[in-house]
Ligand binder design. Structure first.
Ligand SMILES: NC(=O)c1ccc[n+]([C@@H]2O[C@H](COP(=O)([O-])OP(=O)(O)OC[C@H]3O[C@@H](n4cnc5c(N)ncnc54)[C@H](O)[C@@H]3O)[C@@H](O)[C@H]2O)c1
Length: 399
């Protein structure tokens, strides 16, 4: 039997994100973490990706399962990371709850409003730790902005604008992988920017009431003269979205992830630009812009308060506050943190493990509510774009 403070981990979803959790578990940034098993229907891929970490660390190899349910049956696993594709989140979360595991569930919460509501209901009163993959909340950068608001340095928050702009490789990846279909992720903003919507909700500190959005796909459409896959394409020399060249002996699973699809000629239905607006219960308004046309990945935010304006650029690591009266400017330079998502990956990982060790299971339903509200906004944005109307998201509240 294990001591409940032992962290015996099962990772569900052995893709890119699952490997990040595997690396964090093996990294030693928290002691006493034992990775017992990984589960993914694509067993060969999972074994091949995970194997490289074990070669590096000499740690004992975990068990591998094709069916995550078989893995969850084992009582020696008390902690699960759910890093499988978005449409699986509800089913796997509910199963993990029924087996009493501590759970870190990746964002977005789910891909439909009904699934989000079911996950939320299951989280109410659950007596184990639940955290979501909202890694940006754990960065020094966004924690600083929240602290500035709470200290009152901006006066009363009136409105917020935020942007997430993808650079070339990141934008390209969205038109190659499963993310390019709404049925797989609930749309681009739900998949990619559920972080950003969560940040808006967190900074405004109120519940979203009305949502409207405009967007479409203008650029990533069928292209004359381009092939279906980069490896066979005559436009290779001039295409900035060229897929990474793979060696001829690259394992099959790599091709199965469709990374070599032409970003123009691939089938898809997500947008390449969207503007979404929100009115909150406390009267604050927010505007969020997502698009795929940056020189590199960028996130930025402007907050207008009654007393001062805050301009923040995550890529530059700068937060500038301009006081209105008397006029003066104050600038914070936030040191770059190591690790993925500006240190957020490590921050969330440590927070989750520490919460388990402290038996701090008090925030589970609240945490899931954050995921619910973020996805309600993103998914309502999809409806608003399609139906050209403002959505009152209160009809979906279940709390
Ligand atoms: N927090 C973040 O910043 C962040 C960043 C990237 C991805 N994510 C999220 O992590 C999740 C995984 O994304 P990814 O980029 O690793 O995708 P991926 O395609 O690389 O990996 C997903 C894996 O899930 C597996 N899978 C599918 N059905 C499964 C099932 N029933 N049981 C177990 N495994 C199953 C797939 O075979 C695949 O290997 C997504 O929900 C994504 O939104 C979060």
């Amino acid at each position: 039997m294990f001591n409940d403070k032992d962290i015996n981990v099962g990772i569900i979803g052995g893709g890119e994100r699952g490997m990040i959790y595997l690396r964090l578990c093996l990294s030693g940034i928290r002691e006493g973490i034992h990775v017992k098993a990984l589960a993914d229907p694509d067993v060969d891929k999972m074994k091949s990706l995970a194997g490289t970490f074990y070669e590096e660390t000499n740690a004992e190899l975990p068990r591998f399962y094709e069916d995550y349910r078989e893995m969850l049956d084992y009582e020696d696993i008390n902690v699960v990371f759910i890093s499988s594709s978005d449409t699986t989140h509800k089913e796997i979360f509910l199963e993990a709850v029924s087996k009493g595991k501590h759970i870190l569930l990746e964002k977005p919460l789910a891909t439909t409003i009904d699934d989000c509501k079911e996950i939320y209901k299951a989280s109410v009163g659950y007596s184990k730790v639940i955290k979501l993959g909202f890694v940006l909340r754990y960065t020094g950068f966004y924690k600083k902005i929240k602290e500035i608001i709470e200290k009152g340095d901006l006066g009363r928050v009136i409105s917020i604008e935020a942007r997430e702009i993808l650079g070339v490789p990141h934008a390209g990846s969205y038109f190659r992988r499963w993310h390019r279909f709404k049925k797989n992720n609930g749309g681009f903003v739900n998949a990619k920017c559920s972080h950003d919507i969560d940040l808006l909700n967190w900074m405004v500190d109120s519940e979203p009431v009305y949502v409207s959005a405009f967007g479409s796909r203008i650029f990533f459409n069928k292209k004359e003269g381009a092939a279906q896959e980069c490896k066979n394409c005559d436009l290779k020399p001039e295409c900035r979205y060229l897929a990474v060249e793979l060696p001829p002996d690259a394992p099959d699973y790599y091709w199965h992830t469709q990374k070599d699809y032409c970003v123009f000629n691939s089938e898809k239905d997500i947008v390449d630009h969207e503007i979404l607006t929100i009115e909150y219960a406390n009267g604050v308004t927010a505007a969020f812009i997502a698009n795929m046309f940056g020189d590199r990945d960028r996130r930025s935010m402007t907050i207008n308060g009654s007393e001062a304006e805050l301009k923040a650029d995550l890529t530059e690591g700068t937060i500038q506050i301009t006081n209105i009266y008397p006029k003066y400017t104050q600038t914070y330079k936030i040191d770059k943190e190591t690790g993925g998502h500006s240190g957020g990956d490590e921050g969330l990982f440590k927070y989750f493990i520490d919460a388990i060790r402290k038996d701090d299971d008090t925030d589970g339903a609240n945490e899931v509510k954050r995921g619910l509200l973020s996805s309600l906004v993103a998914l309502s944005g999809e409806t608003s774009m399609e139906e050209k109307r403002v959505i009152d998201v209160r009809e979906y509240y279940v709390f």
